[in-house]
Design a protein around this ligand. Sequence first.
Ligand code: PMV
Length: 339
Amino acid sequence: MTEIYRVSSPSNIAFLKYWGKKDPVLQWPANDSLSMTLNSLATKTSAYINDAPDHVFHFQGESLGRDHKSFHKVFKHLDYLSETFAFDQKLALSSSNSFPTGAGVASSASGLSALTIAAVAAWTQSGSFGELQEKGFSREHLAHLSRIGSGSAGRSVFGGYVQWQAGTHADKQKILPLYDASHWNLCDTVALFSHTEKSKSSTAAHGDAWSSPLFSTRIAGAPERMQAMLKALHTRDMSALGPLLETEALDMHAVMMTTLPAQHYLTYESTEFLSSFRRARQEGKFEAYFTIDAGPNIHIIHEPSQAHSLQSWLKDRFPNLSLLFDKVGEGPTLERGVI
Ligand code: PMV
């Protein structure tokens, strides 16, 4: 019998985005970010110690190797973890997403956090977060290890509302759970405009951010925007948070569109959608606000009371649009089983 460690780790949606790095090797972000950890949009990853010459990784049933164009970072991250902690055993891992990979629902956040937790759990034979902590892997430590794999993944290690502080030096970064999910039950309805891999991964695009003439202004304004968002979050003030979410997402996309080379993640359809959406809100059809990551999908943030009116508008106005429904969640789970 072999012990297997099963992790489910959710994606998160950033309210204040991490875009651009001060140091790409140390994963030191250019600004602080703030996110809401989701509930059901998650990656499930299992891991066990395997007697094989290299790690074995299956994604949605398919075996993927070290040279795979999108999944090579799984192996890179496993190598980083095993070198850092002298974990020399090889792992067999199996992973699947509950949502389309690489289309702007942050699969790197859920994927790299699930991978980190599952791998460390298997290596240290830990069947709970308590056991991990006893072995020197607190949640904050796991969050920092996850962000090495993909920056946004660090925030997914905690549930609720999470802040990633850049700090004054790369090793002074902090990833902090600010409020539990119960603080404010916000929903994320995702309008899917693409089911395919994005043209350029966000990891590659982070490096281009500095070439935008708008980037330094964005970074300079981030602390003030963070304060305003924190206040709105603290007081659960949707009419204050909503406009900040939209300005922030468009600000990041303005940077993306003005880099060299320019990066347009938004499509014609998603831009058209935004105009109709704003018009409908102005007409009083619902109170909901959008945010957008590095892809064409639109995340609509709203309170549960708005779900019905929002969904009837969406069904009526965009009957063929694919939607995902999620809300704030409690963070990753870990369990031990046997095979
Ligand atoms: O973690 P990465 O390298 O995939 O970057 C994520 C960047 C955004 O999703 C666009 C913003 C964020 O803070 O999650």
